[in-house]
Design a binder for this molecule. Structure first.
Ligand code: UDP
Ligand code: MN
Length: 309
């Protein structure tokens, strides 16, 4: 009699091959860490794994949106709910931190970012240094975890600044790389140049800055800059030897020696957007940076009169 195995065996064999094939396909879509992998089809699979993550609503990394802030209440009222909608669409796991400078020195955007970073670094994997008055309009502007510094408000997209080394506005950088360059300089009181100095830090550390590719909305409709230049005047005053010092790369100050006190941490909600406000008192070393206060001659006269009376 003919053995029944003769007809059954090929069937099992085929089923076995099919199961192995399915398992192999499934394994290839798993988001294993394949950093630096140059295998064919890797980038497509990476994109697939990001899509899987998006469908499941889980982010692998946490983003702290760090917003240097003082006296921009109207802008904040627009910013917070807008960013919530924008980042939720991208399934980013984030929190917004308003770095509120409460001392009476001139505004210091870079020191506030340093303080914000120190506050969040144990719980967040990357930061976005984010102007409160710059809103991304194009959904292809990605806030995903960056392997290398990612300048979102690129010179060919930012409404106002178009020079090639510009990295202000919105810059994403991961924790290790921010630590690697010792954060930002603490010498920049008043408006401007702190971002240009940070560009030199990145360059010296050979950290290539990437920018968004294939964005078709240009300088007019990639971002909305809610900045009324007459109402929100930029503090461009220079005093003492500020001009000369701030033109140079700073090797003395940074993340490891920013002087400050945190006076209060307030969790609040604007419309439906949860934010954390950190009241920061920056301290000024007047020997190192006397320009943290530029008192005009008239003000000095007034102070003398007050003192004499
Ligand atoms: N900023 C602030 N209060 C100030 C100055 C600046 O909150 O008095 C913050 C705010 O987030 C702002 C960012 O620093 O968007 C950059 O400053 P600004 O908008 O004046 O510079 P721009 O990039 O428009 O030249
Ligand atoms: Mn602005």
């Amino acid at each position: 009699m003919e053995s029944p195995w003769k007809s059954i065996r090929p069937k099992y064999f085929l089923i076995g091959i099919l199961i192995t094939f399915i398992i192999t396909c499934l394994i290839s879509t798993l988001p294993f860490n394949t950093e630096g992998c140059k295998c064919p089809g890797y980038s497509e699979r990476l994109q697939d794994s990001k899509n899987v993550r998006k469908l499941s609503g889980k982010s692998l990394h946490r983003l702290a949106v760090l917003v240097p802030f003082r006296d921009r209440f109207e802008e904040l009222l627009t910013f917070a709910p807008y960013m919530k909608r924008f980042l939720d669409k991208q399934n980013i796991d984030y929190r917004i931190f308003i770095l509120h400078q409460v001392d009476r020195f001139r505004f210091n955007r870079a020191s506030l970012v340093n303080v914000g970073f120190l506050h969040v670094k144990n719980e967040f994997d990357y930061i976005a240094m984010h102007d409160v008055d710059l809103l991304p309009l194009n959904d292809n502007l990605s806030y995903d975890y960056p392997d290398t510094p990612f300048h979102l408000s690129a010179p060919d997209l930012h409404p106002r600044y178009h020079y090639s080394t510009f990295i202000g506005g919105i810059l994403l950088i991961n924790r290790d790389q921010f630590i690697q360059v010792n954060g930002m300089s603490n010498k920049y009181w008043g408006w401007g140049l702190e971002d240009d100095e940070f560009y030199v830090r990145l360059k010296e550390a050979s950290l290539m800055v990437r920018r968004p590719q294939n964005i078709s909305t240009g300088t007019q409709s990639s971002f909305r800059h809610i900045h009324d230049k007459n109402h929100r005047k930029r503090d461009t005053t220079k005093c003492f030897n500020q001009r000369e010092v701030t033109r140079r790369r700073d090797r003395e100050t940074g993340l490891d020696n920013v002087p400050y006190n945190i006076l209060e941490v307030i969790n609040a909600t604007i419309s439906d957007s949860p934010i954390t406000i950190i009241n920061i008192e920056l301290l000024c070393n007047k020997t190192l940076t006397p320009w943290c206060e530029c008192i005009k001659t008239n003000e000095i006269k007034d102070k003398k009169i007050i003192a004499e009376n």
